[in-house]
Every structure is written in structure tokens, then in C-alpha cells.
Write a protein that binds this ligand. Structure first.
Ligand code: FAD
Length: 381
């Protein structure tokens, strides 16, 4: 037999063996999937998160600017000046920034003033300033700090418009109406920011637990807009690779915070906006601004400055893992979540009411890292 034929024969044998191997592999995988191989397709979309303490590159503790009666968007007079408040967004400030910015900028525009000051340069302040520019105003932002030294920089940055946004018993029909308007406006604005260097992206969120879920967690049960996000769906254990009895999937949005803030601030400057670094210690400092109309977006800073007893911090600790570009889904377990962003994988999941301490707690780090290591260690391969 020629060498070539010998080769063809052995190659044939090998390819038959390979085909057999593939077939048995498919059969084996089918026990986790359906006849359309849905699980097999999905399996490739579930890369394992590389999680261990030595992959943590930084940790932060941020203070959510929670207001018991919900965010404040309203006018107040300070001598002859109009203050338009836009603060107190709790765990929803990223999500609602455009929406409450729209409501606040309408109130400012109604004063007839063309030169408007915005106090604060977080996500709420920048969105409000951009909307004021779009509505024809000349805007200066005054803030004591910019990214990365602001609460907006140490957020998870997901679409969560009803997370720790108000005490449930304080929800009034008026608040519900404002929230709904803000939520819809924000949602639509984020869709216009898709495709811009991934400052906003969509991704699948898998929520895992061993108990049947009861309640809405940190989210209000009344503040919901059906149909805004794709419906959440239950995934049966044979159709996901995780070792949990219950799994829910919902597709949602993530904001890549550093590039998002940089783009919005650059846009603001390109449209002629100015940023002045300035701390307001008293209301006299506010009154001394040259503008007659001032929009207050100082977040938690409003508690002391405007003497707002309704305001309190709810702290949240995050650990950042080395970026892992192939990790392309969000997973939440009862003891912590992992969310892929361009600047790292965010691990988090705690909330301490009334806590002003921004020192990371090693026990909290260990709790979340262990929860995710366990979830990854038990994944079906
Ligand atoms: C751990 C964590 C996770 C979060 N996750 C999410 C999430 O997934 N989705 C979501 O929608 N939201 C989330 N949030 C909430 C969100 O980050 C906040 O609601 C939002 O950042 C508030 O934005 P802001 O612009 O009002 O405040 P800030 O970002 O705090 O900005 C306030 C600005 O005002 C300035 N300022 C304050 N006081 C003064 C003063 N006296 N003088 C001058 N300037 C002053 C500051 O320097 C800053 O420029 C999270 C928050 C935390 C802490």
C-alpha cells in the first residue's frame, strides 16, 4: 500500500473516531440541553470567571445618597436666586440621571435665565448640565471633586432605576409619576448612547439561588415599568451550567463608568461648558455665585449644605478583578455578584444603612470572593 493510501486510511480511521467522539460528546451534552442544542450553544457563552483574592486590583466603598422620601427635584428660593434641587438618588442615580436631569432642567429653563450654574459633577450633574445646554443655556459646573473622587465613580453602574431610591412606605402617586417619567426618559437616552465605544452595553444577568425568591431585594416592588426590559425568564437546572436550584435570566444594561463620564464631560466642554473647582461650605457660598439660577446636584453633599434630614448614606463595597474580556455575563448569588466592565470585573453586593466609613472591610471582600469562587468551582464543564 502506498504511503499516501496508508495515510488516507489512517486519516479516515482517525476522522471516524473523531466523528464518533464528537457524536458521543454531543449525546453527553444533550443531557443538559434540549433537542435544538440550546444548552450547547449557551455553554460557549458561559466562560468561567477567574476569581481569587490575588486577582483583586482595587477596592472601593461608596456612599449611596439615599433620601427616605425619594429623590428631590423641586424649586426653592434662596434670596433672589432660584435653586432647583436634583439630588438623593440612592442606588439609582446612574439609571435616573437623564430622567431627573430632564425634569430639573425644565424647571431651570422655566425661570427664563440663560446663564445657569450646576453644583456637582457626578453623573446627575453632568447629565443635567448637558440637557440644559441642549435647551439653550450657558452652563458652568461648580464642584469640589471630579471623577474618580465622586460617588458616581464608585458605583456598579447597572440599570437599576428602583434600587434604594425611596423608603417603600413613602411612595406617593406624585413620586410614582415623577419616577416613571424619569425612568422612561433615561431608558430612551441610554439607547442613543449604545455603540459609542461601549459606554453603555446590554448583557445577560443570571440570578442564582437555592431558595425560591421572595420579594424584590433592594428594588421597590411598586416602581416597575412592565415591558421596558425584556421579561425575566426562569431557566431550569439542566439548561444552565451553575450549581443552583433556581436561575433567572434577564437582559439588562451596564454603564462603563470611566469612559462614560469622560465622554459626557468632554461633550459638555465641547459645547462651551465650563468647570470650576469650588467647595460650597455654606448657603452664603451658594448665594455668592454669579448665576441667578442654580441647579443643585451635590448628591450626599446636600445633607449638610441644605440641612436635609431625609438624607443618609447607604454604603456599598466593590472589589475589582483584573479585566477578563471573555467574561460576558452578569451573575448574582445570594452572597455577591460579578459584573463585567471594561475597567475590571466588579464584585459586590452589600449595603449598610447609615454607614459613613469608606474603609474596605476584608470580611466583606472574603464573603463575596468565596461566594463567587464556590459558584465557579461548582460550574458544570
Ligand atoms: C456601591 C454602589 C453601587 C451603585 N450601583 C448603582 C447602579 O448599579 N446603578 C445606579 O443607577 N446607581 C448606582 N449607585 C448609585 C449612584 O452611584 C448614585 O446615585 C449616583 O452616583 C449619584 O450621583 P450624583 O451625581 O448625585 O452624586 P455624586 O457622584 O456624589 O456627585 C456629587 C457631586 O457634587 C459635588 N459636591 C458635593 N458636595 C459639594 C459641596 N459642598 N461643594 C461643592 N461640590 C460638592 C461632588 O464633588 C460631586 O462632584 C451605586 C452607588 C454605590 C455607592
Amino acid at each position: 500500500m502506498s504511503t499516501r493510501r496508508k495515510f488516507m486510511r489512517s486519516a479516515g480511521i482517525i476522522s471516524l473516531a473523531a466523528a464518533g467522539g464528537l457524536a458521543s460528546c454531543s449525546k453527553q451534552s444533550l443531557k443538559y440541553g434540549d433537542r435544538n442544542f440550546n444548552f450547547n450553544q449557551q455553554a460557549f457563552l458561559f466562560p468561567k470567571l477567574k476569581v481569587s483574592p490575588d486577582r483583586i486590583i482595587r477596592e472601593t466603598v461608596g456612599l449611596r445618597p439615599f433620601r427616605k422620601t425619594g429623590f428631590r427635584v423641586e424649586k426653592e428660593m434662596l434670596d433672589k436666586k432660584t435653586i432647583v434641587h436634583n439630588y438623593g438618588h440612592g442606588g439609582s442615580g446612574w439609571s435616573l440621571s437623564w430622567g431627573t436631569g430632564n425634569l430639573a432642567s425644565d424647571l431651570a429653563v422655566a425661570t427664563g435665565e440663560k446663564k445657569v450654574a450646576v453644583m456637582g459633577c457626578g453623573t446627575v450633574g453632568i447629565a443635567t448640565a448637558r440637557l440644559l445646554q441642549k435647551k439653550g443655556c450657558d452652563v458652568t459646573i461648580y464642584a469640589k471633586d471630579l471623577h474618580p473622587n465622586i460617588t458616581s465613580s464608585v458605583a456598579t453602574g447597572t440599570w437599576s432605576p428602583s434600587s434604594r431610591v425611596i423608603e417603600e412606605e413613602n411612595i406617593t402617586p406624585e413620586f410614582e409619576e415623577k419616577w416613571t417619567k424619569a425612568c422612561n426618559f433615561s431608558f430612551n437616552t441610554f439607547q442613543q448612547l449604545l455603540g459609542l465605544n461601549q459606554i453603555v452595553t446590554w448583557l445577560d444577568h443570571y440570578k442564582m439561588s437555592n431558595e425560591v425568591e421572595s420579594g424584590h431585594g433592594s428594588h421597590s416592588s411598586r416602581l416597575l415599568i412592565p415591558g421596558l426590559l425584556p421579561e425575566s425568564e426562569t431557566i431550569s437546572p439542566e439548561n444552565h451550567p451553575f450549581h443552583f436550584a433556581h436561575a433567572n435570566k434577564q437582559t439588562t444594561m451596564v454603564f462603563n463608568i470611566p469612559s462614560y463620564l469622560a465622554k459626557q464631560l468632554n461633550d459638555f466642554l465641547s459645547y462651551g461648558g465650563e468647570v470650576v473647582i469650588k467647595e460650597f461650605k455654606t448657603l452664603e457660598d451658594v448665594d455668592a455665585l454669579p448665576e441667578m439660577c442654580i441647579v443643585n446636584c451635590t448628591g450626599l453633599g446636600s445633607k449638610a449644605l441644605f440641612n436635609d434630614d431625609n438624607m443618609m448614606p447607604i454604603s456599598g463595597q466593590l472589589s475589582f478583578l483584573i479585566p477578563q474580556p471573555e467574561f460576558n455575563y452578569r451573575i448574582s448569588t445570594p452572597n455577591g455578584y460579578a459584573i463585567p466592565r471594561k475597567d475590571g470585573i466588579i464584585l459586590g453586593g452589600n449595603a449598610i444603612r447609615g454607614n459613613w466609613d469608606t474603609t474596605p472591610d476584608p470580611d466583606q471582600t472574603a464573603k463575596v470572593v468565596n461566594a463567587l469562587m464556590e459558584a465557579m468551582g461548582q460550574m458544570k464543564s
